[in-house]
Design a protein around this ligand. Structure first.
Ligand code: MG
Length: 181
């Protein structure tokens, strides 16, 4: 009989943690289109209880998931009038607070948007820059890609998939001190 395995250290001891988030919102005429906190020129925006920012919602869920801290719908219930029309950056800030208090920082982020229109390419740099600012990271660790929904029948929706990698904060020693060790 094999001896019982030693329990693994708790998740708080992990050097890296990954998170994944997904979201979709339906296009509606006459409201502004916000993606990654950037307002894009388009006749339709994304409906939802908040500002409908599909990318920030998926990113918020990815961060929360990385530290196993619930999800955006549980923390910011769509039935709570407080969040009606809310700027989704508020949700992202709360998720960042949670990963920081768990002892982690954002290493990098990658995302894929799936939508028929508008074209994201001309706005990708602005979205990357803005999301990087919200996360307090440089834009070279934020990936924003886009695809059209071929054969999916989701032409009137925007979908976002986001993965994040978190790294444990340093214990306070400088890099050179660690190298000396
Ligand atoms: Mg959402």
């Amino acid at each position: 009989m094999t001896p019982p395995r030693k329990p693994k250290p708790g998740a708080g001891g992990l050097q890296f943690r990954i998170g994944y988030g997904w979201d979709s919102h339906e296009f509606k005429r006459g409201i502004p289109l916000k993606i990654g906190g950037v307002t894009l020129p388009h006749p339709k925006g994304l409906g939802g209880h908040s500002d409908g920012d599909v990318l920030l919602h998926a990113l918020t869920d990815a961060l929360l998931g990385a530290v196993a801290a619930s999800d955006i719908g549980s923390l910011f219930s769509p039935s709570n009038p407080k969040w009606k029309g809310a700027d989704s950056a508020v949700f992202l800030r709360e998720a960042l607070e949670r990963i920081r208090s768990a002892g982690y920082t954002v290493a990098n982020v990658d995302s894929t948007l799936i939508l028929a229109a508008p074209k994201i390419g001309p706005h990708a740099a602005a979205i990357r820059t803005h999301v990087a600012e919200l996360l307090s990271v440089t834009s070279d660790v934020v990936g924003v890609k886009a695809k059209t929904p071929e054969g999916m029948g989701t032409e009137n929706a925007a979908i976002a998939h986001v993965v994040v990698l978190l790294e444990k904060k340093s214990s306070g020693r400088s890099k050179s001190q660690k190298e000396e060790k």
